[in-house]
Write a protein that binds this ligand. Sequence first.
Ligand code: PMP
Length: 390
Amino acid sequence: MKYIFKKLTEAKEKGLYRGDFKYLDSCQAPRVEIDGREIILLGSNNYLGLCNDARLKEAAVQAVNQYGVGAGGSRLTTGSYVLHRKLEEKIAEFKGTESSIVFNTGYMANVGVISTLCDRKWVIFCDKYNHASIIDGCLLSRARLIRYKHCDMKDLERKIREYKGENNLIVTDGVFSMEGDLAPLSDIIKLAKEHEMLIMVDDAHGMGVLGENGSGTVSYFNANEDVDIQMGTLSKAAASVGGYVAGKKYLIDYLRNFSRSFIFSTALPPASIAVSLESIDIIRNDVNRRNYLKELTQWFKEELEFAGFHVTDTITPIIPLIVGDAGKTVEFFKNLLEDGIYVPAIRPPAVPKGSSRLRISLMATHTYNDLQYVLDKVKLHGKRLGVIEG
Ligand code: PMP
């Protein structure tokens, strides 16, 4: 008990305590209702703005009418529906792989694939900024975990030469969730080929945003043939829920048989699967939506840089505004919220110490007008807090 209070007090003292969640009382859209106020939402992973799309809502309603609400069992017992099979076929086609498997979340997919594939005899080379679920998968696998500096190929190469074992995996985010930047995939592939290692890419934030037909980072780098494991989530641009792993048939068969986070959990309900099926079609076909988001991102990022803010090197709708100090980041967040703008403040352990930030992310449904208002307020508070010069 004492230990728990000590940890909570420490978190409070460091400005890292999370006590006050913001509860939305409307759908995930550019403007949301929080505590009875209309607020501009600027931190959603609903990149394409599909969470409130009429076609997706209709797909969910139809699935509920036909199949009911709960899945009723795990995928291996009574919880596999025809819709699950269709979705796995569609994801494989979308990703250009032989096969795919759907987990209940991206977190479970990462934990499931890494801990099933790797064991003590493996060495896993992992970008320092990879998502927590990748790290948890690595820890659960008991493989030797070697973390290399973020996107630093010299450091990766040095570490490969030093630590390479019999079985080796390089795992990287395609788009880094708190940075918005891309993994140097072509260089990673070169190293993996040279040293005969497997590559896994977590493309949670690339799907729907990058690549041909919005299929993601691997397609953006034209690397379908070279990436062994393509992992992703259906909870961001696809506006649904679920994680997936796409790759060779034998790998997917292996996961279906041995992956504990797949086997020992009730399947996703039919409505969520139906939404994912529909949203992949929208992602593929709606080029205008993707292009608008790209233009909006470029403009917004340039405006922030012009005002003197430090933003990361990003071409994705994730535009982190680096503040540094955790306390100041929270103050920035609160000031913006008073002005009707909700941008999540991201602090350690989600990001390294001293790099706390406002994680701005844009949606294809934001308007230039709303974003201009946001820019004015961000500049105002940024100056007042000394984040930029006044
Ligand atoms: N990988 C990355 C890079 C992520 O950002 C996230 C979610 N934030 C996940 C995996 C987990 O996905 P999910 O939310 O579907 O569990």
